[in-house]
Design a protein around this ligand. Structure first.
Ligand code: ATP
Ligand code: MG
Length: 259
């Protein structure tokens, strides 16, 4: 028996396939989100790895911003519920979740059973999201995957204070023209993303353990900046970009085993 979770985000499409023992037998991340070929490419990759087709999946649950665009899903479930389920499965001590994706950031509070008791979300503005980091990486001409390494060499955290991505971009350009080292600018960019995520996280009451999911959790510079601001350790979920798809697959598993 196989079940599938599909997370169609704004920045990327993710798939997780579980077997009858809830083991992950295949997964994929395709760095194209909703509104294009991202979901089908991610599905083809994950199914192709284990030589199966969609017809072999007993249940399919879709989540994420683009979840209604995938017609073959048996059910659509919100990203909040799916991230909570995926992360609690991987880290049962998680009580606060910080998920930073391509276009929004969320803080979720879990009870001892892994149920969502509260959540806060910023989906009004690019600042504090992966998109903000993508814009800055372009201006700095540094690949998004290299940002954490630059951050680790920073000698100072420069101030990137604008609350608007467009103005923050001008601030970064002005730092560059004043020959401020890119390392220090990147540390400032990460601190800016962290402060917005922490603003959401504080509102949940900030119970330990604090666990990060979403694509931005792969940026160790942002994770360090969040931990520094909260003055608490922050755990990064294993393979954090697929935690939403994992949650969706776990919901699909529950559907498949309903009596
Ligand atoms: N290898 C990497 N290293 C560092 N950062 C990364 C890496 N891969 C992705 N990211 C960051 O993750 C972001 C995308 O995150 P994710 O895939 O969780 O978004 P999404 O689920 O599509 O978006 P949303 O949930 O907001 O709709 C990118 O904008 C980028 O900043
Ligand atoms: Mg997402």
């Amino acid at each position: 028996m196989y079940v599938l979770g599909l997370d169609v985000g704004s920045a990327s499409s993710k798939v997780v396939i579980l077997d009858g023992d809830k083991n992950i037998v295949s997964s994929s991340v395709f760095q194209v989100g909703t509104g294009s070929s991202g979901p089908s490419r991610a599905l083809d990759e994950a199914l192709g790895k284990i030589n199966l087709t969609l017809d072999d999946m007993k249940k399919i649950v879709a989540t994420g911003y683009g979840r209604y665009a995938f017609e073959k899903a048996d059910k659509q479930i919100s990203e909040i519920s799916c991230h909570a389920k995926g992360i609690f499965h991987l880290v049962p001590t998680a009580r606060t979740i910080i998920d930073i994706g391509g276009q929004d950031a969320k803080a979720i509070r879990l009870d001892n059973n892994g149920m969502v008791s509260q959540f806060f979300m910023n989906d009004k503005c690019a600042a504090g999201t992966g998109r903000f980091l993508e814009v800055m990486s372009r201006v700095l001409e540094i690949d998004i995957t290299q940002m954490a390494e630059y951050d680790s060499r920073a000698t100072e955290v420069v101030n990137v204070s604008s609350t608007c991505t467009v103005f923050a971009e001008s601030e970064v350009i002005s730092h560059l023209s004043n020959n401020v080292p890119k390392e220090n600018i990147i540390a400032g960019i990460h601190a800016s993303v962290a402060s917005k995520a922490c603003g959401l996280a504080y509102r949940t009451g900030l119970e330990d353990d604090i666990v990060m999911g979403g694509g931005v959790a792969q940026n160790a510079g942002v994770v360090r900046a969040i931990s520094r601001e909260l003055r608490r350790p922050v755990i990064v979920a294993p393979n954090p970009q697929i935690t939403g798809a994992l949650g969706a697959a776990l919901f699909a598993y529950d559907e498949a085993n309903k009596h």
